[in-house]
Design a protein around this ligand. Sequence first.
Ligand code: XMP
Length: 510
Amino acid sequence: MRKNSIVILDFGSQYNQLITRRVRELGVYAELLPYHISPEELKKHEPLGIILSGGPASVYMDNAPKIHADILAMGIPILGICYGMQLLVHMNGGEVEQADKQEFGKAKLQVSAHPLFKDVENNSTVWMSHNDHVTKTPAGFQGIASTNNSNAAIADDQKKFYGLQFHPEVTHSQHGHKMIENFIFNICSCNKNWSMANYAEETIQNIRKTVGDQKVILGLSGGVDSSVCAVLIHKAIGDNLTCIFVDTGLLRLNEGKQVMETYGEHFHMNIIYVDAEERFLTHLKGVKDPEQKRKLIGGDFIEVFKEEAEKLKGAEFLAQGTIYPDVIESISINSGGTTIKSHHNVGGLPEKLGFKLLEPLRNLFKDEVRKLGEELGIERKMIYRHPFPGPGLAIRIIGEVTKPYADILRKADAIFIEELYNHDLYDKTSQAFAGLLPIHSVGVMGDIRTYEQPVVLRAVSTSDFMTAHFTPFSNEFLEIVSTRITNEVKGINRVFFDITNKPPATIEYE
Ligand code: XMP
């Protein structure tokens, strides 16, 4: 909670996070809250403006989601987007009906001279996505923009209520950002005071206040979230933070070493390195089923973490790198949102380990966490690493997992990744790795017949990891990688390249 903020009330639109981010990108803190928030609770956030999001419902349906009527009387400017506009109309005595003709896609917007449209060109493109439309504007409102098809924007300048039928937050709406900017600065009079440098400073102070001279533990994986979280807390409380790094034996080549060098030596953090390879691999012996692998690894991880935490007497807090999308997804589900992401929780810790929780990144989106990491001086390469799943190589080795298999895969994977960097392709893919297939095929090296395993190269481009396209590479690049792997990794005599999208495939192999 902070002053000078914009609150977005969530009616379940798939674009909600985007609105929140747009506002933050403009330098103003924004939060996404459930639409059914009470006026008292809302007051605590002291927003300078409210945005009502879009959503899949229709205002005339029974049980249509509505804001508490008293919120309309709080004197705070409100901008309704799509469903949000229809709700403003409905709750102020206007009428909304199902349209004869739905309006999806691009439309041309005719605007009038209005503060909301300052510096917005006439006839620009906006993105429409609606079935319902306003048939009677409420008293006090007037139309301020239109498309061929509909009354596209309305305003009650006295009450400072505004409605946009289109989605200003998506990039297809040419001047959409400008309209959001006009709302938050010209109408709500917000100040630009949200930056990562401010956030870091403020959060470090808060951590000091919350933790005092008590001790904190944190499971450091080397991934972006846990690493940024660790560096932030370390800046606040120094040696009272202890990180636990569990080497499951299922990590990438030199991963443990890299984490110890970066965070132990460079940042001087206390890190307990737990070599648990034998324990994990012993439990995985003979196990082929992917879900059973996940369960065993998840269970072992928690046990190892607990054992180490118990050895460290006196830790009061458990720090976790929970980020904003994890927090708002659970709110969305409660408020009837339609985008529900399935969670992978392997490699995570259960909520009740008996510690107080410290989650300093819970207000941040992933790209903000990265910016914060850069602000804190973490090497770019560590911050922009592709995601790596909790069960690690175990779900990239199809079938049984053994140490020799993990060793082979680690080497092949490292070559692939190294070549991606060499060819300036790493940042152009969202996730790339090698997988090991449990089959043997015949090959020939020199004059000798081989009978060895293949690896498969997987690389995808995606914005949300829910759907993904395989990343196309040139034949020259693929040949370089394939030649190096078969030359340098004993045990591999073929290299495949996966050209499947998600769906139908998943990104990982198991
Ligand atoms: P899939 O394979 O489901 O992967 O298309 C989507 C994203 O989730 C990651 N992933 C996991 N992460 N534990 C994790 O922490 C898991 O069990 C797990 N399975 C998949 C995957 O790497 C990709 O980024």
